[in-house]
Design a binder for this molecule. Structure first.
Ligand SMILES: [Zn+2]
Length: 435
C-alpha cells in the first residue's frame, strides 16, 4: 500500500459550482495526492426508514463468525468512532448502538476510522431513522472505478487515507434515530410484537452510510435523474433492468429513466451478491410511484422480507429483528470495494438464506423449507426463551425440506429454532410459537 499523507500545509482551492467542491492538494512532503477528487454532498439522506406493520416474529441472529468474535474478544476489522447526540437520557440506546457498530466492525475491513455522527431526536411520524454518507468522492486508485463517487468511508478504505482535508469535515456518516418510536433496546434479536428492534435499525442505517445508496431520483413530472455533475455513484454501476439494460445507459435526465426507476424491474448484478443469492441478481425495491429515501436504494421488500438478506429492505416491522448484514449485502459491498472481515464470501457458506418455517404457530410438527433443493445434513435445535436447548435432532434435508415431529407435549410458549448446516457450520435461528 502506498500510504499517502496530507500534511497541515495542504491548501485547498474551493471552486463551488452547484455545490461541487474541487479541491487540490499540495503538500510540502513528498507524498501528495496527485489527483483532484470531485466531491458530491448529498442534500437528502440516502434512507428514510419506516415502521412496518407487525407481520410475524422474525429473528435473524448475528452470523456464527461474528458471535464468536464478539464473545471471544476477537480483533475488529474496522474501528468506528461514534459521536452521540441526544442519547444522554437513553443509555440502553447507546449500548444497543454500540452492539450494532460492533457487528459492522466485525464484518468489514478498513484501515481508517469510520466516524459516525448519531442523533437521537424526534423525527416525522412513522420514521424510525435516516442516514447517509456525509459526502462522496471520486478516486483514481487502481482498486477504484474511475469517475464514480464513493461514500466517504469506502473512499477512505480504498485510498487507505483519511478524507478530513476535504473541507475540514471529519464525519463520514450522519444518522438520525427517532426518540419517540417504541424501541426494543435488547441485544438478543427478540423484540416483542409491539416494539421495534433498535439494533436492527442502527445496523440498517450504518449500511447506507457505508455505501448502500445510489444517486437516482424522480421528480413530480416523472423525469428521472441519476448523476451528479455527470458522475454516478458506484452503486449505480451495478444496476440493470430485467432485459439487461444498464440503468446508466438511459438518457440522464429523462422520462425514460424515470420510467425505469418506477418500473419495479431493476436488479443488482454484483457478481458476488448474485452468487450469494443463489445465482439470481438481487431485485431492488421500486414502487410504481417514486418514494424518495425508500425507492432504489433498498432490496425488494416482497422478495427478501423475512430472509437472512432482509436487513436492507425499506421497512422493518415490529417484532422483527435482523442482526446480520446478510450475505447478499456483504457480497455487494465486496464488489463495491470493501474487504470482508475474515476473507471473501463463498456461495456454499450461506445456503441457509431464505428458509421458511411452517406452520408458525405450530402444534405437533414443524417443517423447514430451504431456499434450495440440497440434501445436506443439519442439526435442528429447539431453544427456549431462557436459552436452554430442549431438543436437538440431526436431520438430512430431503429435497430441501426438513420436518420436526412429535411436538404435541411441548409447553405452549415462544421458542427459537436453530438450524445448523453440519458441513459448513452456518446457522440461522427462527422464532417459533407453540400453540
Ligand atoms: Zn434504508
Amino acid at each position: 500500500m502506498n500510504k499517502i499523507t496530507l500534511n497541515m500545509n495542504t491548501f485547498m482551492k474551493p471552486l463551488s459550482v452547484f455545490g461541487l467542491l474541487l479541491c487540490s492538494f499540495v503538500g510540502t512532503s513528498q507524498e501528495v495526492l496527485d489527483f483532484v477528487p470531485e466531491v458530491y454532498t448529498p442534500t437528502e439522506p440516502a434512507c428514510v426508514f419506516y415502521e412496518g406493520e407487525f407481520n410475524g416474529f422474525i429473528s435473524i441472529p448475528r452470523s456464527q463468525n461474528v458471535i464468536q468474535k464478539m464473545q471471544g474478544g476477537g480483533t475488529a476489522c474496522s474501528t468506528f468512532i461514534v459521536t452521540y447526540n441526544g442519547f444522554e437520557s437513553f443509555p440502553e440506546a447507546q449500548t444497543a448502538f454500540q452492539f450494532a457498530v460492533d457487528i459492522w466492525s466485525m464484518s468489514i475491513e478498513s484501515s481508517q476510522p469510520i466516524r459516525v455522527d448519531a442523533t437521537f431526536a424526534a423525527l416525522s411520524p412513522g420514521v424510525l431513522g435516516s442516514a447517509g454518507s456525509n459526502s462522496a468522492f471520486t478516486s483514481n486508485h487502481p482498486d477504484a472505478i474511475p469517475n464514480v463517487f464513493y461514500a466517504r468511508a469506502l473512499w477512505e478504505k480504498i485510498e487507505d487515507m483519511e478524507s478530513d482535508t476535504f473541507g475540514g469535515v471529519t464525519i463520514d456518516i450522519n444518522a438520525n434515530f427517532s426518540s419517540t418510536a417504541n424501541w426494543y433496546f435488547g441485544l438478543d434479536a427478540n423484540p416483542p410484537g409491539n416494539q421495534t428492534d433498535f439494533v436492527s435499525v442502527v445496523l440498517h442505517e450504518l449500511g447506507h452510510g457505508l455505501g448502500f445508496f445510489g444517486g437516482a431520483s424522480v421528480d413530480g413530472a416523472g423525469e428521472g435523474e441519476i448523476r451528479f455533475n455527470n458522475i454516478p455513484i458506484v452503486y449505480d454501476t451495478f444496476i440493470q433492468n430485467g432485459t439487461g439494460d444498464a440503468i446508466l445507459s438511459f438518457t440522464d435526465p429523462s422520462i425514460a429513466l424515470g420510467d425505469q426507476l418506477t418500473g419495479n424491474d431493476l436488479f443488482n448484478i454484483s457478481a458476488i451478491s448474485t452468487g450469494q443469492n443463489g445465482g439470481v441478481a438481487p431485485k431492488l425495491y421500486l414502487p410504481t410511484s417514486w418514494n424518495q429515501g425508500s425507492s432504489y436504494s433498498h432490496w425488494d421488500e416482497s422478495t427478501f422480507n423475512g430472509t437472512i438478506n432482509s436487513l436492507m429492505t425499506f421497512a422493518i416491522g415490529q417484532g422483527e429483528a435482523n442482526h446480520n448484514p446478510g450475505p447478499m449485502t456483504l457480497g455487494f459491498f465486496e464488489d463495491m470495494g470493501w474487504s470482508i472481515c475474515g476473507g471473501s464470501l463463498t456461495v456454499e457458506e450461506f445456503d441457509l438464506a431464505g428458509i421458511e418455517v411452517s406452520p408458525n404457530p405450530f402444534m405437533s410438527s414443524i417443517t423447514v423449507k430451504l431456499a434450495n433443493n440440497f440434501s445436506d445434513d443439519y442439526t435442528l435445535d429447539l431453544i427456549d426463551i431462557n436459552g436452554r436447548v430442549i431438543l436437538s435432532e440431526g436431520k438430512t434435508a430431503s429435497n430441501g425440506s426438513l420436518t420436526l415431529s412429535n411436538l404435541d407435549n411441548l409447553t405452549s410458549a415462544l421458542y427459537f429454532m436453530k438450524l445448523t448446516n453440519v458441513s459448513n457450520g452456518q446457522s440461522i435461528t427462527k422464532k417459533i410459537v407453540k400453540k
